[in-house]
Design a protein around this ligand. Structure first.
Ligand code: SAM
Ligand code: NAG
Length: 245
């Protein structure tokens, strides 16, 4: 199983298109998702769009199962390059105002790497989410200084040494969670990528202490990446005491 993360890091963000004749490259989970949703007019519209990365299907699936995105919400997308989750978020929160009758949301993507412009999204890059200066920029850019949803598909460059990669990812997620009191709106949602390891439980406990509900989600689209799961925490309960910051 060693090296599978490294491999997925390079493979999962190969340019990927949902429209056209690229179905050969699709995994079963992706195909299933598309097939099931062909009748939905909004999905039909989305299908015509090219996703920048297959990882889009993970967020689509989490959102479908748990309803974390809806028109009008403000989303902070951490580790956003090349921008597929941001594409999904722009569509689901109506950040480009595509649906004139629905509230218009906001999507802010942050990454160490450059992200090509995307209609309806604001990108802060290159920027390190763990850098205090980035936090300040994030607060300035978010409408009202807060996000309703924090997404993190952030991942360190995997070394293939499982415990080291786990520790680094925990470091990234913890650092992001530290910003929640200043950035996340009370009642908000936190979704982050996790690689199973010795600190998973402690991190999950931290989430449980700050959110009403915490669960582990394993999207079909990430089945092949054996140890990858997503932690979904909803109904953020901290933050009020920091609101005046
Ligand atoms: C799996 S990719 C994200 C794919 C993205 N969700 C998409 O759908 O297009 C992980 C990203 O996390 C970014 N990343 C890792 N550490 C970071 C940090 N400290 N600050 C910002 N981004 C970081 C990496 O540069 C990489 O682009
Ligand atoms: C991963 O490596 C690439 C290429 O060396 C670098 O540009 C990028 O910043 C690294 N990402 C992380 C999360 O360290």
């Amino acid at each position: 199983r060693r090296g599978s993360w490294r491999q997925s890091a390079s493979l999962q963000c190969r340019r990927f298109h949902t429209a056209g004749s690229h179905s050969k490259g699709r995994t079963g989970a992706e195909h299933l998702w598309l097939t099931r949703h062909l009748k939905d007019p909004f999905v039909k519209a989305a299908k015509m769009e090219s996703y920048r990365c297959r990882s889009a299907f993970k967020l689509l699936e989490v959102d479908e199962r748990h309803g974390i995105l809806r028109p009008g919400l403000r989303v902070l997308d951490c580790g956003a390059a090349p921008g597929a989750w941001s594409q999904v978020a722009v569509w689901r929160v109506n950040a480009a105002g595509t649906d004139p009758r629905a509230p218009v949301g906001f999507v802010l993507g942050v990454d160490l790497l450059h992200i090509s412009p995307l209609e309806g999204a604001t990108f802060l890059c290159p920027a390190d989410v763990t850098d205090p200066r980035t936090l300040q920029r994030i607060q300035e850019l978010l409408p009202g200084g807060r996000a309703d949803v924090i997404l993190s598909d952030m991942a360190p460059n995997a070394t293939g040494i499982r415990s080291l990669d786990h520790d680094r990812l925990i470091g990234l997620c913890s650092s992001l969670l530290d910003t929640a009191p200043r950035v996340l709106h009370p009642g908000g949602t936190f979704l982050c990528k996790m690689w199973a390891g010795s600190q998973s439980l402690a991190f999950q406990k931290r989430l449980t202490g700050q959110f009403q509900n915490t669960r582990t989600v394993k999207p079909r689209a990430s089945r092949k990446e054996s140890s990858e799961v997503y932690l979904l925490a909803t109904q953020y309960q901290k933050g009020k005491e920091f609101a005046e910051d």
